[in-house]
Design a protein around this ligand. Structure first.
Ligand SMILES: NC(=O)c1ccc[n+]([C@@H]2O[C@H](COP(=O)([O-])OP(=O)(O)OC[C@H]3O[C@@H](n4cnc5c(N)ncnc54)[C@H](O)[C@@H]3O)[C@@H](O)[C@H]2O)c1
Ligand SMILES: [Mg+2]
Ligand SMILES: [Mg+2]
Ligand SMILES: [Mg+2]
Ligand SMILES: [Zn+2]
Length: 411
């Protein structure tokens, strides 16, 4: 109608002039304006970018505008800002990994973060060989120690503060394994107190940490688990010593083959595991399975270790076939998650089935089923009243299912 056309024109004009309050008012009343285009396919964001209106661009992004849309000359708002020399706006639009959406078509436009994935530390791997620097850091009063006992993070209770003296005592003990984890990227992200024990949340349950704590606990736990399992040289069975801030073990037997050249037996191991949400050829159901050990009514994505000499796609196809009898066609990578039990890297994929008959491998899977979309949505949002229970949000299994649901509902 004439009215809505007039409103769009007013909106685009306000963005072009940098009238922040008018842009905000119009958007609050009519959110659908946000990605609408005027002359030559220009959006409000492009007009703000053209004229250097940083605050307007920021506001539009906050309202969730699509920064990857292009005008009739195939330019994005980022291209326009760069061309007209508005570097602060180009920075705003190019920031974060999703700034590559243009270069990597099909890249996830809504990047999300998996639990255990946040890197609060700069690992500074180059420092691991600098013994003098590492020793200085060890005795620095600013250094924060995360304490583990039998691969469990130790927690501080109200009564007992993690004291400096206790940490010093522990560091002296020959049985203590000390790992250099890295340097905090932003101060105070881990702990308000110096030299204290860890974590802040009064729980040793690995899935109940804060996002900040989870990433660093995962890193520490996996490296510690490697030390506890690889105390002897895998090549000759000899004794080994720890090096490089805990990131290497070298054989003490001077004849050992592992001392010639580079050997992966000397470095912390990671086991890749594919985890896949297999989608029915009709696009409206997904395949989930349950192991006997799962809590009642819980179903999850199928998963399996990648074998030597295997691609991720082949591993997805083989494990799905083994566990459910379903044949898989296309496979698409979504995201991954370090899983420190003890040191897996969960590689999350969506896959499309080309056959639908289910025949489970009873050794591993108790039951596998196709679940209709609506039942999956219910399990995500209605909890107890749903047909089945989905794993908690901290698992990549949960995030893959959520990814599939959101992906479809955006279409
Ligand atoms: N974060 C999540 O959402 C999530 C979800 C599912 C599974 N997982 C993890 O993924 C792991 C693998 O999944 P799975 O059990 O279905 O794998 P799987 O289907 O390959 O079966 C496991 C079996 O494979 C064999 N195996 C082969 N290589 C192995 C290795 N490097 N380490 C241990 N066992 C090996 C063992 O016999 C083991 O019992 C699980 O142990 C679990 O910790 C995480
Ligand atoms: Mg499996
Ligand atoms: Mg397997
Ligand atoms: Mg398997
Ligand atoms: Zn050896």
């Amino acid at each position: 109608s004439d009215d809505s056309e007039e409103m769009l024109e007013t909106f685009l004009d306000a963005a072009a002039r940098g009238d922040l309050s008018q842009v905000s008012t119009l958007l609050s009343n009519t959110p659908s304006l946000i990605n609408q285009t005027g002359h030559s396919g220009w959006t409000a964001l492009m007009l703000a970018a053209r004229n250097g209106h940083h605050h307007v661009a920021e506001k539009l992004l906050l309202f969730g505008c699509d920064k990857f849309s292009v005008n009739s000359s195939s330019q994005t708002a980022y291209d326009i800002a760069t061309f007209w020399g508005h570097r602060h706006i180009a920075g705003l639009l190019g920031r974060a990994a999703d700034g590559c959406g243009r270069i990597l078509p099909g890249a996830d436009l809504h990047p999300h973060e998996n639990y255990f994935s946040r890197e609060t530390l700069d690992r500074q791997s180059g420092r691991r060989t600098d013994k003098v620097w590492l020793e200085a850091k060890q005795s620095d009063s600013e250094t924060v120690y995360l304490l583990f006992s039998n691969l469990s993070p130790m927690v501080r209770t109200q009564q007992q503060d993690g004291s400096e003296a206790e940490v010093k005592d522990l560091l002296q003990k020959p049985s203590t394994v000390t790992i250099f984890l890295g340097i905090e990227k932003t101060k105070k992200s881990l702990s308000e107190e110096k030299n204290c024990s860890f974590p802040r949340s009064p729980n040793r349950d690995l899935l109940k940490l804060s996002e900040e704590e989870a990433g660093v606990v995962a890193q520490a736990r996996s490296v510690l688990a490697w030390h506890s399992r690889y105390s002897f040289c895998p090549t000759c069975g000899g004794a080994t010593k720890m090096e490089e801030g805990g990131y290497k073990r070298s054989c003490l037997n001077s004849e050992c083959r592992s001392l010639q050249g580079v050997h992966n037996t000397c470095y912390p191991r990671v086991d890749p595991v594919v985890i896949m949400l297999v989608i029915h050829p009709d696009g409206n159901q997904c395949l989930l399975g349950r192991k006997k050990v799962f809590p009642v009514r819980m179903f999850s994505c199928l998963a399996g270790f990648v074998e030597p000499g295997e691609t991720l796609e082949e591993a997805v196809r083989r494990e799905t076939e083994e566990e459910s009898g379903v044949t898989v066609g296309p496979v698409q990578y979504v995201s991954c998650q370090p899983w420190p039990m003890p040191s897996n890297l969960m590689i999350g994929c969506l896959a499309v089935a080309v056959s639908t008959d289910i025949k489970v491998d009873e050794k591993e899977i108790e039951e596998a089923r196709w679940f209709p979309r609506q039942q999956v949505i219910d399990s995500l949002f209605r909890g107890d009243r749903s047909v089945f229970v989905i794993p908690p949000r901290q698992t990549i299994a949960h995030q893959l299912v959520r990814h599939w649901i959101c992906m479809n509902s955006n279409l």
